[in-house]
Design a protein around this ligand. Structure first.
Ligand code: ARG
Length: 273
C-alpha cells in the first residue's frame, strides 16, 4: 500500500449516554468509561499500522463527539461541517467547525436549513467518482442536490427505513475496488433496487440480520483491510474470498450509544484504492 489515509478520532474523555436519540441508547445502560477507553485504545492500535491517526479533543458538553464520522463530510480537500438534526448534538458543530478551520480545510457553503450528518450519512464510492447519501432519519434528502452542486459529483440518494440503522454508515459500506457491504433490510424497496442497479452482483456483499446488529457494516475499509466490531464466520469467509483482510476490534461500549468502528473515525483524505 502506498498512500496512507488520515483518520480523525476523538478519545472518549467525556463519552456517556445522557440522552436517547436512537434505539440503541438507553440512559439506564450507560457505557463503562474504563472499558470504553480500553476498546478505543485498542481500535487506535489496530488502525495505526495502516492509517495515520489524527486526534481532536472532546468537549465536556458533547458526549457523542467521539463519533467523528459525524463531524462533517470531507471530499477532495473540502469539508461540509455537519448540521445535526437533534439539539443534543448541535453543540458539537462549533467545535468541529473550529477544528477543520484550524487544520486548514476549506469549509463548503451550505444551506443552513438542510440537516446533514456528515460521513455518517454520506459515503464515497470506491469504484467510481460518486457519492451515496442516506436520508429518512437524520439527514435531509435535499443534501443530495447540495452535495452534487458543491462537489460537482453524482450523488445516489438512499432512503433509510429502519430506525436502528439511522445513519447510512450503519448499514452500507463502500469498499475498495467498488465492493459494497450492506444490509438490505435497512433500505426502502426502491433504494434496494437502486443499489442493485448501480452495483454489480459480484461486488455486493449482503450481511445477515445478526451481522447488521453487530454493526458489521459500520466498517472502515483501507485498501484491502477492513476493520469492524465483529464479523460472523460466514461474513469473514466471504470478505476473505474477495481478497479482503478482516480485523475485528470489539467496541461494545460504543454500541450502547449506537456507534461502532466507522462512526469512531473520519477519513480526512479521499479513500485510497
Ligand atoms: N449517539 C450517536 C447518534 O445517535 C451515535 C452516532 C454514530 N455515528 C455514526 N456515524 N453512525 O447520533
Amino acid at each position: 500500500m502506498t498512500a496512507r489515509n488520515r483518520l480523525l478520532m476523538c478519545a472518549p474523555e467525556f463519552f456517556t449516554v445522557r440522552y436517547e436519540i436512537n434505539p440503541w441508547m438507553n440512559v439506564q445502560r450507560k457505557p463503562d468509561a474504563v472499558a470504553a477507553n480500553d476498546q478505543w485504545q485498542q481500535l487506535v492500535a489496530s488502525l495505526a499500522p495502516v492509517a495515520d491517526i489524527v486526534l481532536c479533543e472532546q468537549a465536556p458538553d458533547a458526549p457523542d463527539m467521539v463519533f467523528t464520522a459525524n463531524a462533517g463530510f470531507v471530499f477532495e480537500s473540502r469539508v461540509v461541517v455537519s448540521r445535526f438534526r437533534h439539539p443534543e448534538r448541535q453543540t458539537e458543530e462549533p467545535h468541529f467547525a473550529r477544528w477543520f478551520t484550524d487544520a486548514g480545510f476549506t469549509l463548503v457553503d451550505w444551506p443552513e436549513e438542510v440537516r446533514f450528518e456528515g460521513a455518517g450519512d454520506c459515503l464515497v464510492d470506491r469504484g467510481e467518482r460518486r457519492l451515496w447519501l442516506g436520508h429518512g432519519l437524520r439527514s435531509d434528502p435535499r443534501a443530495g442536490a447540495a452535495l452534487q452542486a458543491a462537489f460537482d459529483v453524482p450523488v445516489h440518494v438512499l432512503t433509510l427505513v429502519d430506525p436502528r440503522y439511522y445513519h447510512l454508515d450503519t448499514c452500507f459500506c463502500p469498499l475498495a475496488d467498488g465492493y459494497a457491504l450492506y444490509y438490505p433490510g435497512a433500505f426502502s424497496a426502491e433504494s434496494q433496487m437502486l443499489i442493485r442497479a448501480q452495483i454489480r452482483a459480484e461486488k455486493r456483499i449482503e450481511v445477515s440480520d445478526e451481522d447488521a446488529r453487530h454493526f458489521a457494516c459500520n466498517a472502515v475499509g483501507l485498501g484491502e483491510h477492513v476493520f469492524m466490531n465483529r464479523a460472523s464466520k460466514p461474513l469473514r469467509r466471504t470478505l476473505e474470498s474477495h481478497g479482503f483482510v478482516v480485523h475485528e476490534s470489539p467496541v461494545g461500549e460504543f454500541l450502547r450509544a449506537g456507534g461502532a468502528v466507522k462512526c469512531l473515525s473520519l477519513n480526512l483524505d479521499d479513500p485510497i484504492a
